[in-house]
Ligand binder design. Sequence first.
Ligand SMILES: Nc1ncnc2c1ncn2[C@@H]1O[C@H](COP(=O)(O)OP(=O)(O)O)[C@@H](O)[C@H]1O
Ligand SMILES: [Mg+2]
Length: 304
Amino acid sequence: MGKHVAVLMGGWSVEREVSLVSGSAMAKALRSEGYQVTEVDVTPEISQKLAELKPDVVLNALHGRWGEDGCLQGLLEILNIPYSHSGVAASSVAMDKILAKKLFRSVGIAVAADCLVDKAALFEQDPLPRPFVVKPYNEGSSVGVVIVKSGDQFCAGDPGPWHDTDKLMVERYLPGRELTVSVMGGKALAVTELQTSKGFYDYEAKYEEGRTHHIIPADLSADMTGQLMELAEKAHDVLGCKGVTRSDFRLDDGPDGDGIPYILEINTQPGMTPLSLVPEQARFCGMTFEYLVNWMVEDASCGR
Ligand SMILES: Nc1ncnc2c1ncn2[C@@H]1O[C@H](COP(=O)(O)OP(=O)(O)O)[C@@H](O)[C@H]1O
Ligand SMILES: [Mg+2]
């Protein structure tokens, strides 16, 4: 019998549903590769569950808070169980968009101007010239990302999608194309352009089949493709990431654009559903989904 892998999925973050889809797809792939697999829907009792199961490796399919932000990684370090993806510090910094952007800036990666504001103050005065983007600084899957344009009504008392947070991140709106680059073991795989009919890559566009068009490889010059791949590797590196990550960029290369690729964020637990971008880029590079998941399990470690 192959190694016993516990695939951790679900959890109780806002990204629970996506994680369940990623986790089941990965578990299925691992069984076909001969691993002994236990699928675990994570609850706050996860520590006891892992002590009972005693897996050889954890494949972490969680997204969002607790699973992607260093908390679970810290628990796995204490339990001394090798786990996939990034370690405690990299996971935690990547989840905090404000901190991560400071590190990106420090190595010369362009980022959008931003500020952190009190939710109440946001409704009194615009913190940046419109259009601007409001988002939680520690969530994913576009939950709570709102683009505010001139003329938009924005009223106090409307809790919006941000009911359980006091501070929000406000960013300059970056016009242009949406591009994403996966990095596997320190090496960038490809550049995909995401085109959505809705103009913004929101939660539905990300997870409903056919809502977003993926163009792989993105129609860019060889020079720009190379630049984006290098920036994604640099972003992965400066945060000390491991395993697979995916960095999201915006690029305005139109006649009025500045032609500069800006990083939006790095995802340390990128989606692994059948629709997801990382499996698609791996396939583009000749790797099957099974190969990719197998690689993640064999790359797992603890105590870095
Ligand atoms: N500053 C920005 N300018 C333009 N679009 C943005 C900006 N920030 C976010 N977006 C849009 O919102 C999406 C989600 O934002 P992102 O920062 O990647 O958060 P999440 O962690 O929720 O994926 C992006 O993929 C992009 O389409
Ligand atoms: Mg994103």
